[in-house]
Ligand binder design. Structure first.
Ligand code: ARG
Length: 406
């Protein structure tokens, strides 16, 4: 390997503190001739203590170890747009991992420029979606930077990676390593590998950490009222909350009632199907409530068109195209639609369910009671329907008559 050729002089590495990204440090230096590795560990609300991670990078050979709090931009610039877009990949996965990647990439690029690095590095394998998201984002934000992905090339098994690390003074994981591969941030958890690789095997209860089992969820239902302004969630039960606190509370509430688990087979960008378990209680709750408020406040044709574009928005975020032109164009459309998405949605949480039981919008409801009512106040002109139906059904009647040969 390596043999003298240097792939870069100074690289900024996306660092998690795990074995793989730790091994990336000596590997980049020894095998790929990188002179200096600077690590960056992002706080995305995953709840890890960052100081030990910062020190571990230095112990593993980083010349500088940077940690940064990205929680606030993660929620306001990435999660909230996803809520406004009702973004669900393949109709289900709310992109909790995917949304973090362009933000991390953006910060890596900023740091690379600050420290005068000529490369950015990550520990993704060649099989996942995250490599696509990092590489595409970095390539579009900073075409001058090289992207180094050692784990895509090193061909080491888990055991070999640990052994390589030990030879470089990186201790093997102390506890019996979890059989699962987990990604975690404030929006949720994704759990893969181990027994879960068989899509026919029910996930054991131990894979979950943010949501209670149906058994342990409270017997009594709980009602939560979610307030929205211009499509942004702004309050829970009438209490105005900053975006980060709101997501935290929504996670606690929904998670306590066992809502937000997902077990699915999804289509990865690289062409394979994978079995994924997710826990994204707050995000799923907020998307559900947001969709509901739109049904009250968006005109029918806007709502239908938006539902179609939402799929494209979710696809492009999943596929790593956050910084692309379609994203910008769709955001223009979505922003415009959200002007009227103001109001409140009442959701009942109970035993794994989040059931919408009410919605209202003082300023923007398009629900007109005396048009909808069957009572005495009815203002709808029933007789006008007849002429409408005559014209509406005309092509179908003409076609049918022709078919009957008349
Ligand atoms: N399948 C999900 C996605 O593509 C989760 C990926 C988890 N990533 C990880 N490095 N464990 O967004």
């Amino acid at each position: 390997m390596g043999q003298g050729e240097s792939r870069a002089k100074k690289a900024v590495l996306a660092y998690s503190g795990g074995v793989d990204t730790s091994v990336c440090i000596p590997y980049l230096k020894q095998e790929w001739g990188v002179e200096e590795v600077i690590t960056f560990a992002a706080d995305l609300g995953q709840g890890d203590e960052l100081e030990p991670i910062r020190l571990k990078a230095l112990d593993s050979g980083a010349s500088q170890s940077i940690v940064g709090d990205l929680i606030e931009p993660f929620i306001t610039e990435f999660a909230f747009p996803a809520i406004r877009a009702n973004a669900l990949y393949e109709g289900r996965y709310p992109l909790s991992t995917a949304l973090a990647r362009p933000l991390i990439a953006r910060r890596l690029v900023e740091i690379a420029r600050e420290v005068g690095a000529d490369a950015v590095a990550h520990g993704c394998t060649g099989k996942g979606n995250d490599q696509v998201r990092f590489d595409v984002a970095i390539g579009s934000l900073a075409p001058e930077l090289k992207v180094l992905a050692p784990a895509r090339e090193w061909g080491m098994s888990r055991e070999q990676t640990i052994a390589y690390g030990e030879r470089c003074g990186i201790p093997a994981p102390v506890s019996k390593a979890s059989p699962y591969s987990i990604d975690l941030n404030l929006l949720g958890r994704s759990i893969e590998a181990g027994a879960l690789e068989d899509p026919d095997v029910e996930p054991p209860e131990e894979v979950y950490a943010l949501t209670r089992s149906l058994q342990d969820a409270p017997e009594a239902p709980e009602l939560v009222t979610i307030g929205f302004e211009a499509g942004h969630p702004v309050s829970l039960n009438g209490e105005r909350l900053d975006p980060v606190t709101l997501i935290r509370r929504a996670n606690e509430l929904a998670g306590r009632h066992g809502f937000g688990r997902l077990d699915m087979v999804e289509n990865r960008v690289v062409g394979i199907k994978s079995r994924e378990i997710y826990e994204t209680p707050g995000l799923l709750l907020l998307i559900r409530a947001h969709q509901e408020l739109e049904s009250l406040t968006l005109a029918a044709d806007v709502q239908r068109t938006k539902r179609q574009l939402e799929m494209q928005w979710a696809d492009l975020v999943y596929q790593g195209l956050w910084f692309g032109p379609l994203k910008q164009a769709l955001d223009g459309f979505i922003d415009r639609t959200q002007e009227t998405v103001n109001g409140r949605v009442k959701v009942k949480l109970h035993k794994g369910n989040a059931t919408v039981v009410g919605r209202s919008s003082a300023s923007d409801s398009l629900y007109v009671p005396d048009m909808a009512t069957y009572g005495a106040e009815d203002r709808f002109d029933h007789r006008a329907a007849e002429g409408f139906i005559y014209v509406w059904g005309l092509p179908t009647r003409l076609w049918s008559a022709r078919r009957r040969g008349r």
